[in-house]
Design a protein around this ligand. Structure first.
Ligand code: FAD
Length: 291
């Protein structure tokens, strides 16, 4: 099923995300975690694309296929283009089609550490170019990433939103946000997107922080603001793994309930291959998001 069909109604949706293993040895444990999460019957599940491609890109396809075939939950397959050739993209699209995968999150990807700008002459400089390429060649449902606190490379929020518009004009049918911990930032961002004429559905990306290490990683990845209410929780419970897990899940749940109460109906949880976290969130929302 195409994800844009799921997002076209006002009924709340809940999706979870998993990431592929780094090596073949890790495959079985990721597969098992992904299927356990899929058994919670989320609206869809996304599978990230390992930076650098290689065998990890095959794992992204394999995990996506297993989720769909084993559980009937639609899979959203991520794909990054920063280091891709046109032939590589053609191959990946053909493999998706053959496996019945029809939803793709078209991303540029982060620049490799040894690269401070995108080299001239690469086939895909930005996600809008990948989106246009996929849209011209397939009838896949295409999504894109967006950044309530502005993408770190963008000169300013206005320019960043103008670039989101290019993605949508190229065929991106929905957006998923980078994680955020302060809902007012999301409400403000949605207002600015709509004001810029961007009307596609937006899934709010929520990261349940369940250990102290994730705090720094999240800050580095997204540069997101951590509100005082959140940092107080980390300060108080960060050294106690069980308490931190419970507090992180409660914080994420509260964020989601506030979002739904304010009309943001599509929630994407960065569940990080953790079935217990996905289940706790799912259980906390069982009568709020009825799937
Ligand atoms: P783009 O849309 O190309 O934007 C990158 C920067 O370029 C922005 O500053 C933007 O304002 C600017 N820009 C965009 N278009 C243009 C244009 N036409 N001309 C000039 N400037 C432009 N990374 C992974 O490696 N694997 C994943 O699976 C993955 N999944 C993600 C899922 C979500 C929901 C999010 C939010 C991020 C994900 N990322 C993933 C991280 C993402 O790859 C990085 O944030 C990356 O730096 C930007 O990717 P993008 O697709 O947003 O790029």
């Amino acid at each position: 099923m195409k994800i844009t069909e799921l997002l076209s109604s006002d009924k709340p949706t809940l999706s979870f995300e998993v990431f592929p293993p780094k090596t073949a040895q890790g495959y079985e444990s990721v597969r098992s975690a992904a299927l356990e999460i899929a058994k919670l019957r989320p609206s869809f599940m996304s599978v990230t694309f390992g930076a650098g491609g290689g065998s990890r890109s095959r794992f992204t396809l394999d995990i996506s296929t297993e989720i769909q075939n084993e559980t009937n939950v639609p899979a959203l397959t991520h794909f990054t283009c920063v280091a891709s050739t046109k032939e590589g993209v053609d191959e990946a699209l053909a493999a998706m089609k053959e496996r019945g995968l029809e939803n793709v999150l078209a991303l540029r990807g982060d620049l490799p550490k040894d690269m401070d700008s995108i080299p001239e002459g690469v086939p895909f400089r930005h996600a809008n170019e990948l989106t246009a390429y996929i849209s011209e060649r397939t009838d896949f449902c295409i999504g894109g990433a967006c950044y309530p606190e502005c993408h770190p490379e963008a000169a300013n929020k206005k320019e960043d939103i103008a670039n989101i518009r290019k993605k949508v004009e190229a065929g991106c049918g929905f957006l998923t946000t980078q994680m955020f911990f302060d809902n007012s930032i999301m409400y403000n961002y949605l207002y600015r997107l709509r004001d810029a004429g961007i009307e596609v559905p937006v899934c709010a990306g929520i990261m349940p922080i369940t250990n102290i290490k994730q705090v720094e990683t999240s800050r580095q990845l997204s540069g997101c603001i951590m509100p005082a209410k959140f940092t107080a929780l980390v300060d108080r419970f960060g050294d106690d793994p069980k308490a931190m897990t419970q507090a992180g899940i409660a914080y994420a749940t509260e964020q989601i309930i506030d979002l739904i109460a304010n009309g943001v109906n599509h929630i994407h949880v960065y569940s990080m291959n953790k079935p217990s976290v996905a289940k706790a969130i799912r259980d906390n929302l069982s009568d709020i998001i009825v799937l």
